[in-house]
Write a protein that binds this ligand. Sequence first.
Ligand code: PMP
Length: 417
Amino acid sequence: MTPIESLTIPDAPTIARWRDDFPILRTRVHGKPLVYLDNGATTQKPTAVIEAERDYYMHANANVHRGVHWLSQRATRDYEGARARIASFLNAAQPEEIVFVRGTTEAINLVAQSDVRGRIKPGDEILISAMEHHSNIVPWQLVCEQTGAQLRVVPIDDSGTLDFEAYERMINARTRIVAVTHVSNALGTINPVERLIDIAHAHDVPVLLDGAQAVAHVPVDVRALDCDFYAFSGHKIYGPTGIGVLYAKANRLKAMPPWQGGGDMIRSVTFERTEYNDIPWKFEAGTPNIAGAIGLAVALDYVRAIGIEVIGRHEAQLLADATEAMRAVPRVRLIGTAQDKAAIVSFVHEDVHAHDVGTILDHCGVAVRAGHHCAMPVMQRFGVPATVRASFALYNTREDIDALVAAMRKVQEVFGR
Ligand code: PMP
């Protein structure tokens, strides 16, 4: 691999051009320029995505798959075209491996209920990690309650790194699925997913990756990874809310029963018997989020045009700078210091609650997340009630880090420490 130093890091004029694509970044809050560092919660949208949704409603709105009329055919073409572009972004083998869902949460619930619930028995095991988002915990707890299976949790160390040896020990003949996050939203840890998948497959265990925090920041090639399921949300990759993707290998999708019943997921219905549609429509009951799917494809085109590796290099620099800057702030402790990290800096102030820090930062125009980040077990693991999280995206700058550090000085002032 080429060392990061020898690759070009995008320069300030390039970042300024990217920033121009995001109109919301011109907003002022409390009289200050917005410094948006809550990208882990959701990213901002470029004009191209906003325009694509608008354009759809202005010129192409109709229901899909069911109209003989011109507009419906156009909407269907755009919707299915979006699916094909998303498949290509992930390097899926075919568009039919892309199921549109509301987001990561729905994707994981779909796999839990449709794939795993039907083939898991009392005493079988579901393996997750200690750094999961609630969305990759609770759906499995539901399956365990429904079936008598057992949830097992691979521990993490004090830096927030997965205990790989424990993983190797814990996977066994009773494991029915491994469900782990690609990148942790609370800690920033990038998991060694290739190795995790290799080991799981050696045990004939399928793997679901929660890609919510990964897909906008690291290259994802589902065929190279050979993952069985990959879930992500459009809104965390510059796309609309209410749309997300479940990637699954075609043969798995074919073997899975439908999850929800309704229009579009059927081929024929009588009161006696219903014949289901082919994949992926078998899993898309009801009118889908057509505008959202089109907007998401445009967001992925946008990322692809810049290049995920280029974005990654920029964010790696931001992470290095932000980590150094925050380490120098008195009474601040970083939570999540794994070697392999995405641009997420989670921290606590030893004397000031995360919510108070977040409120003061907000008054300085700096938007961060303060709380448990829907990862309460991670907070418990580190013995803190909450953290403050600055999470970066392609449009963030060195100046944003300076604004964060300046706002942290304000925290010291206000709390007199
Ligand atoms: N997994 C991870 C790692 C996340 O960060 C999030 C969002 N914070 C989710 C799952 C859930 O995503 P959504 O709310 O879009 O379904």
